[in-house]
Design a protein around this ligand. Structure first.
Ligand SMILES: CC(C)(COP(=O)(O)OP(=O)(O)OC[C@H]1O[C@@H](n2cnc3c(N)ncnc32)[C@H](O)[C@@H]1OP(=O)(O)O)[C@@H](O)C(=O)NCCC(=O)NCCS
Length: 168
């Protein structure tokens, strides 16, 4: 994993991150458009509810992870998007991005992480990736995204364990 550095996203990263998302070939046009909207909001700051870490390898932006606290929960977080440029995949960048997200979430008192994906065959490598990251397949809803395209939700509990102060 030579020369990979992580840093928070900057507004001038949006275009490249959208390109990476589209070029994976994993996302429908509407999904890429939603990802673009999310990245634009995230670029505006943390008040958006989105945080994005970018991986840079030898000066090239190679991937990103977008995550944020799940609204109306105490300590549950969602990883909304993760994508690594096709030329940079299978070198450990995805793992590094997931670890960075987990560290940031733990540092902000997150205790449970959710990540969702599709049950389609195309996403079998993605599901293997989440299992390799020690995520547990916690729920499956068939025909969720479309007929024949179910939603799989993976979870990971962080060791921190939820010692968050209860709000009034
Ligand atoms: C999923 C994705 C983010 C993984 O990133 P990556 O940089 O290729 O993954 P890594 O090299 O860090 O792999 C980490 C582990 O996952 C596993 N893994 C990753 N890709 C895999 C594949 N195609 N097949 C099998 N296992 C895979 C490896 O076993 C690896 O384990 P190891 O570190 O013990 O060797 C990337 O492949 C991607 O962008 N895919 C397309 C978009 C996508 O599916 N995003 C998620 C949408 S929900």
């Amino acid at each position: 994993l030579a020369d990979v550095v992580l840093r928070p996203m900057r507004p001038d990263d949006v275009e490249r991150l959208v390109q990476i998302t589209a070029e994976t070939g994993f996302f429908y046009k509407e999904e890429v458009e939603v990802a673009q909207g999310v990245l634009e909001e995230a670029a505006a700051g943390e008040a958006s509810g989105y945080q994005v870490q970018v991986a840079v390898q030898n000066g090239d932006v190679a991937g990103y992870v977008c995550f944020g606290p799940t609204p109306l929960t105490r300590g549950t977080w969602d990883i909304y998007w993760i994508a690594v440029d096709t030329h940079h995949q299978n070198q450990g960048i995805g793992r590094t991005l997931m670890q960075a997200a987990e560290e940031a979430i733990g540092a902000q008192k997150g205790r449970l992480i959710l990540v969702e994906t599709s049950s389609r065959d195309l996403y079998e490598p993605t599901r293997r990736f989440y299992r390799a990251m020690d995520y547990k397949e916690e729920s499956y809803i068939s025909d969720f995204y479309d007929v024949g395209d179910g939603r799989v939700t993976y979870t990971k509990a962080l060791p921190w364990g939820g010692q968050q102060e209860m709000p009034p």
